[in-house]
Structure formats: C-alpha cells, structure tokens
Design a protein around this ligand. Structure first.
Ligand code: SF4
Ligand code: SF4
Length: 439
C-alpha cells in the first residue's frame, strides 16, 4: 500500500473513533499531566478536540499540533476511566503516524530510530561501546540505588540521576538458549527487552533462576530486537514494522507455550500494539503469526502465578518473620495495570518471600511520570509527576519499592536518589528469586 493511501486510511479510522468522545471531561481527574499543568490542552479531551479536523489543522500549524499531541505520557489512565470507551491511545498513536507521515521525522529521531534502533546488532554495539566509556562522563550518586549523574553540564542528562549501563549486557552473558521443558512440562520464550538487556541484566538472570527452579524450558533467540514502542510512539511506522518483522522471524520458528517478558512495556506492546498496528497491507500469514504470538504473551508475574501456581505465603508464616522482615511496597506500572489488568500477581510474588513484609502505599497506580520519550522531551514535568510518587513511597515507610517495569524502576530511582532517600528499588521477580535461594 502506498504511503498516501496508508495515511488516508488512518485518517478515516481516526475520524470514526473520534466521534465516540462525548466531551464529558472525566479524563481530567485521572490525567497525571493535567494534575501538574492544569491545562485543558494536555488532557485527553483537549487533544481529541484538537484532532477533530486534523487535516486542516495539519496544514495551518503542523508544529503546534505535533507539540500538543506529543505532550502525553501514553499512560492510558484516561482510556481506563473513560465511560464511553474511547480508544485514546490507539487514536493518539495513529494521529502521530499521520503527522509524522506529513512532516517527516526530525533528523535526531531519524538517526536514533532508523539508524540505530531498527538495526539491533548496531544498537547493541553502540551501547557496549557506551558502557566502556560512560565512567569518563558520569559519577556515582547512590550506593543503595546504584545511580549516577553527569560530571559535566549536559542538555540531555540534565540533573537526572540514572542507572548506568551494565558492564556486560544480558545478551553477552546468555547469547541464546534452548532448553527442553522440565518437570513443569512448560516451555517459555523469553523476550528480554532493551532496558533489562542493557541496564538490568540481573532481572533477566533472576527470571532464568526462577525458570530453572520450576523446571521450565526456555527459548531465547540470538540477537533480539527492541519491541518497537519507541518507534510507534514517535509516529515512525516504518521502524516499528521493521522491528516487528525482525522479532517475529526470531520467535516464529521455535516451539513454546508462552512468550514471557519481565518488562511491562514490552508485554503491553507485544500483546496489544503489535496486532493493532501490524500494517493493514501485510500478508495474512504475518497477521496470523502476530496474533499467535500476541495471544501467547504473558507478563512474567502473571505467568508464574497463573500457570506455575506460585502463591503468597500464608499469614502464619508472614507473622513468624515479622520482626526482621524487610518492609516493601509496590508501584503499579501503567502498562501492567491499566493496559493488561495485571496488579494482584506481582503483589503475590512479593508475598511469596516471607523475608519481606508487604505494605500498600497511597496512589499505587498513579503514573510515575516516565512515559518513555516523554521523560526525555519534558523532563521537568516528568520529574514533578515523579515527585508525587516519591512522596507516597516515602510516606509508606518501606525500605524497598518494587515495580514490574524497568522504565518505572529508572524513574523512581531518579526521584529517590535526588532526594537522598535510602530506599531500594527492585523488580518483584528479584524478590521472589531471593526466596528460592533459601530453599
Ligand atoms: S475521552 Fe472519554 S472521559 Fe475524556 S472527555 Fe472523551 S468521553 Fe469523556
Ligand atoms: S494518556 Fe495519560 S498523560 Fe496522556 S492524556 Fe491520557 S491520562 Fe493524560
């Protein structure tokens, strides 16, 4: 299908979906962006009104439309609470594709998305090179969080406290794997994801330890690519499709029961966005393969609870260890709770370790403010949203905050590290894997 035909088709789909919004404004109360800026143009209703008649507005003020549409975390809070069921995220993503098709990608995005991200081997090499030299430009900040900050004034890093790149990425530790299903009779394909591969290989290692403990066979193909979310949220359908095809090829040859990821964003992308955004002009065979993989995809917490039967420890065992237990609370990633409805399972995994004592914090499912590239483009607003999360974590009195998304882990670490809070950040599967070592 030609590019113009594709854009016209998307425009038609957009118009059909826009009429569903009845302008009730109920999305205002749950939008983390609106809570900080107070601007109607930032909330879903304001953006949907802007998209009404997009064609004319694109010609009048393309930069203005692009700016307003991009100022969004794509957290899905508005869609989850919309009484009319407006497919807000689908509309925003399609509108971004239309705008990018009309305006083109900026040179920086073109370089990052088409020159690097779309070529997994090049992308990996660049990060490995960056890992070797990062010490020259960064200095350590928090021992408990493992964060660093920039030694020099940097417009990209600003005042961020960030997790440095791992000295050895996961794909170098375990380039590939193909083990048969063991005592569980189940085999999974593991999708590592960029953040876990390059920043948190310890989370992938915890996943492998858990799979081994439960007798689960594992397939990891060599040279996985990004799930494509940075591309599609920038409106770059070309890079998204390229990564989708690349990954489908990697996984479709293998025989497995479930595709499991420990990254909320990757899970939500593979499960929901891949089938939604697979090019309408693609072959039926490809669409079927995408559908098949999407149906098999599960968040790792959900997989361990629903398919392996991991359970919380009972109350008696909890109270036995109460005195020396580590108090832990949990943050619900938007891509896990709002997009996939997974919230009980990570809490169950945490409670399966009786060395920890779980305490709920206020507003556990309020967005942390990360929003992927939103954090890069609007750091000040992102940090203000994150500060609300930090205050709630601090008020819980816990020594550990757990969350099922590496991107949320990075944002929360930044907030805690800047405030010098000595609270550790962990993934629920790290906490569960710790309990298996004692067995
Ligand atoms: S998006 Fe939903 S909640 Fe927001 S104004 Fe439209 S109908 Fe109301
Ligand atoms: S996706 Fe999140 S940030 Fe964007 S408009 Fe909806 S609630 Fe607001």
């Amino acid at each position: 299908m030609s590019d113009m035909k594709k854009l016209a088709q998307l425009m038609g789909e957009l118009e059909e979906q826009l009429v569903v919004c009845m302008r009730c404004g109920m999305c205002q109360a749950v939008c983390p962006l609106f809570a900080v800026t107070g601007k109607e143009s930032d909330v879903a209703r304001g953006k949907l009104a802007l998209l009404d008649g997009l064609l004319n507005k694109m010609f009048e003020d393309p930069d203005g439309v692009y700016e307003r549409l991009n100022k969004c975390l794509l957290c899905g809070s508005c869609a989850t609470n919309c009484p009319s069921g407006v497919k807000v995220l689908e509309i925003f993503m399609k509108a971004r594709i239309i705008l990018t098709g009309f305006m083109g990608l900026s040179p920086a995005k073109k370089l990052i998305l088409r020159g690097m991200l779309s070529h997994p081997a090049t992308f990996d090499r660049l990060f490995e090179w960056g890992s070797r030299f990062q010490g020259l430009f960064t200095k350590s900040e928090s021992d408990i969080l493992g964060t660093s900050c920039s030694r020099i004034a940097s417009p990209l890093l600003k005042e961020r406290h960030f997790l440095p790149l791992a000295p050895v990425p996961f794909h170098r530790i375990v380039p590939s794997m193909n083990t048969p299903s063991g005592s569980s009779g189940i085999k999974v394909a593991f999708f590592t994801g960029c953040l876990i591969d390059k920043i948190y290989p310890n989370i992938a290692q915890a996943a492998l330890d858990i799979f081994s403990f439960h007798g689960i066979g594992v397939f990891i193909p060599e040279g996985q690519g990004c799930c494509g979310i940075p591309a599609i949220s920038s409106g770059d359908a070309e890079s998204f499709e390229r990564l989708l095809l690349y990954n489908i090829e990697k996984y479709s040859s293998a025989d497995f029961d479930y595709l499991v990821t420990a990254c909320a964003t990757c899970t939500s992308t593979i499960k929901k966005i891949w089938p939604l955004m697979v090019n309408a002009g693609s072959s039926d065979a490809l669409k079927k393969e995408v559908e098949k993989i999407s149906e098999k995809t599960l968040d790792i917490n959900q997989f361990l609870v629903s398919k392996i039967g991991v359970k919380s420890q009972n109350e008696e065992e909890d109270s036995k260890n109460k005195d020396d237990a580590i108090e832990v609370t949990y943050h619900d990633p938007c891509h896990l709770k709002k997009s996939l409805g997974v919230s009980a399972e990570p809490r169950m995994l945490i409670k399966a370790n009786n060395g920890y004592s779980f305490r709920e914090m206020a507003e556990a499912d309020w967005c942390c403010g990360m929003g992927g590239s939103f954090n890069l483009q609007h750091y000040e607003i992102s940090a203000k949203i994150g500060e609300r999360k930090r205050k709630n974590i601090k008020a819980s009195g816990c020594r550990v905050i757990a969350t099922g998304c590496p991107a949320c882990m990075m944002q929360i670490s930044d907030m805690l590290s800047k405030s010098k809070d000595r609270i550790a950040v962990k993934h629920p599967i790290e906490i569960y894997a710790e309990s298996l070592k004692k067995k």
